[in-house]
Design a protein around this ligand. Structure first.
Ligand SMILES: NC(=O)c1ccc[n+]([C@@H]2O[C@H](COP(=O)([O-])OP(=O)(O)OC[C@H]3O[C@@H](n4cnc5c(N)ncnc54)[C@H](O)[C@@H]3O)[C@@H](O)[C@H]2O)c1
Ligand SMILES: CC(C)CCC[C@@H](C)[C@H]1CC[C@H]2C3=C(CC[C@]12C)[C@@]1(C)CC[C@H](O)[C@@](C)(C(=O)O)[C@@H]1CC3
Length: 333
């Protein structure tokens, strides 16, 4: 079974490519940029929104894993809609024309998150009626169109990871370190006792490949969404502190009231919106990131265990240790 990994030059995508190769699968990659060179992989460069770019990459492909997105914290509404919604519709149409049989979408557990506590959330929870940012708004649209495309000759499934971390992560660890270096990591938001899921990247990869292998005629996974987590919810600020201390930065010790910081983030968000025509500011403290830092948000992966035999293959502590080692270049000097 030849795979095409759309977004295969990104953080998760590259780990998926590595694992597919190690399991002996032939792999194509499609991405708008190239970040690596491997003789075993044919990298097709192009825009997933363009049929003429995508079709050549689908030749001889049986299964597509779609893990491309604009950067989740980029706040670019038009780009999110173009790539995550319109682009995904293009992928579906191209897959059907090329005779691809299976599609795995990398969705996000946050498609049901509206800023309030979610404890052991299940997949049957309704989509957020008021998504907290444009990224989440378009991840909801994306998951809907992929699952609706499921049919007797084109099987689709959505994998919903949450808080992916690991070597080569471009979002979580680098942003955390930059925030610490800017002296803005002296305080925790809230009481520090909000449990969240952080999922080591190789567990997410394992979940994707299991999902791809489980798709097929009459399969119970066809047309469904599944949480893939580490199954070890952890206090948000305990996780960040482990990363920071591991990289020789001080862990936050004092607390700021969640409601107060959320209110400040709302005001900052309004300024960002008003200033947008003049200057494109991308604050780290947005209503979404503040809520993620101050509320419970962890999810049940029981459905994935039951329907596809998923189990995390790397523990949270081992994943944190490996991540810290891989980011030693970001350690405090
Ligand atoms: N990082 C997380 O914590 C997390 C959690 C849950 C879900 N996800 C989902 O996982 C997937 C991968 O996320 P990531 O963290 O690896 O992101 P990433 O930014 O590292 O990778 C995304 C890749 O998509 C490519 N891409 C973007 N627009 C494209 C276009 N128009 N055409 C072709 N390629 C394009 C980028 O070049 C990049 O290589 C995304 O779908 C994201 O929504 C991420
Ligand atoms: C308050 C501090 C400044 C926070 C510093 C760390 C912060 C950058 C990360 C902590 C949780 C991360 C996260 C994502 C991006 C980086 C963080 C905000 C996420 C929004 C990336 C997209 C995913 O789809 C996501 C919504 C998910 O469901 O996993 C992520 C949620 C966690």
């Amino acid at each position: 079974m030849r795979f095409l990994v759309i977004g295969g030059c990104g953080f998760l995508g590259r780990h998926i490519v590595d694992e597919l190769l190690s399991r002996g699968f032939p792999v194509n990659v499609f991405d708008i940029r190239s970040t690596f060179d491997d003789g075993r992989v044919k990298i097709f460069l192009g825009d997933l929104c363009k049929k003429e770019d995508l079709m050549p990459a689908l030749e001889g492909v049986s299964a597509v894993i779609h893990c491309a997105t604009p950067p989740p914290l980029s706040n670019n509404r038009a780009l999110f809609h173009k790539v995550n919604h319109d682009g995904t519709l293009n992928i579906i149409a191209c897959c059907k024309e090329a005779g691809v049989k299976r599609m795995v979408l990398t969705s996000s557990a946050s498609v049901v998150y509206e800023g309030s506590d979610i404890k052991n959330g299940v997949e049957t929870m309704p989509y957020a009626s008021k998504p907290m940012d444009y990224y989440t708004e378009t991840k909801i649209l994306q998951e809907k169109v992929v699952l609706q495309a499921n049919s007797d000759d084109f099987y689709t499934v959505a994998v919903r990871p949450h808080g992916i971390f690991g070597p080569r992560d471009p979002h979580l660890v680098p942003t955390t370190v930059r925030t610490a270096q800017a002296g803005k990591m002296k305080f925790m938001i809230g009481n520090g006792e909000n449990l969240v899921d952080f999922t080591f990247v190789r567990n997410v990869v394992h979940g994707h490949i299991l999902a791809a292998e489980s798709l097929g005629p009459g399969s119970k996974v066809n047309g469904k969404a599944y949480h893939i987590t580490n199954d070890e919810p952890i206090y948000f600020w305990t996780f960040l502190s482990k990363i920071l201390v591991g990289l020789k930065y001080d862990a936050p010790k004092r607390h700021l009231p969640f409601t107060f910081i959320y209110f400040l983030a709302l005001i900052l968000n309004l300024f960002v919106f008003l200033l947008k025509p003049i200057k494109d500011i991308k604050p780290t403290f947005t209503p979404m990131t503040v809520c993620l830092a101050g509320t419970h948000h962890y999810y049940s992966s029981e459905a994935a265990k039951k329907d596809m035999g998923y189990r995390p293959i790397v523990s949270l502590d081992d994943g944190i240790e490996e991540t810290i080692r891989s980011f030693s270049h970001l350690s405090k000097k």
